[in-house]
Design a protein. Structure first.
Length: 144
C-alpha cells in the first residue's frame, strides 16, 4: 500500500518499495523450518527468487515446458525489477544524464507484477507447506 501511495508523486520510490516487498515475502516464506534453503538476509531479489523456485521444485527438469517457461519468466521479471530499482531509480544515486523512471505508469506496472507474483508465492506456500504441516500435526495428535 505504501508503494501504491507513492506511484504518482515518486514513481522511483514506489519501485524500490515494491522490490523490497517481494524480497520480504520470499524471505518470510524461506524462514519456515521445513524449508531447506539457507538465507543470510543479504540476498538480492534475483538470488531469493532462485532460492524459492528451487525450494518449490519449479526448477526440476521433469516439469512441462510451459511451466519451465513460466519459471524462466519469473526469474526474468524479478531480475528486471531488481535492475530497474538499482539502475533506473534514485536508490543508488544518479547524475542528471542518467535515466530514472519518472512515469507513474511504469511504477504501477511493477507494483502490479510484484503483487501478482507475491500473492501467488504466498498461496503456493500456504497450500503446499502450511496446509500439509497442519494436517500432519492433526494426524500426529490423533489418539488412534
Amino acid at each position: 500500500m505504501k508503494a501504491q501511495s507513492q506511484v504518482e508523486t515518486d514513481p522511483d520510490i514506489a519501485i524500490g518499495l515494491a522490490n523490497s516487498t517481494l524480497e520480504s515475502i520470499i524471505k518470510e516464506i524461506l524462514k519456515d523450518d521445513e524449508i531447506q534453503q539457507n538465507v543470510t538476509g543479504k540476498e538480492t531479489l534475483n538470488k531469493l527468487i532462485k532460492l524459492i523456485l528451487n525450494e518449490f521444485r519449479w526448477l526440476d527438469n521433469d516439469l512441462p515446458i510451459e511451466i519451465k517457461t513460466m519459471v524462466s519468466q519469473l526469474i526474468g521479471l524479478s531480475n528486471s525489477i531488481e535492475k530497474i530499482r538499482s539502475e533506473k531509480t534514485n536508490f543508488h544515486g544518479k547524475t542528471d544524464l542518467d535515466y530514472t523512471v519518472s512515469k507513474p505508469l511504469y511504477a504501477q506496472c511493477i507494483i502490479n507484477a510484484v503483487s501478482t507474483v507475491g500473492l501467488f508465492l504466498i498461496e503456493y506456500y500456504k497450500n503446499e507447506y502450511v496446509k500439509n504441516k497442519i494436517e500432519s500435526e492433526i494426524l500426529a495428535n490423533l489418539p488412534f
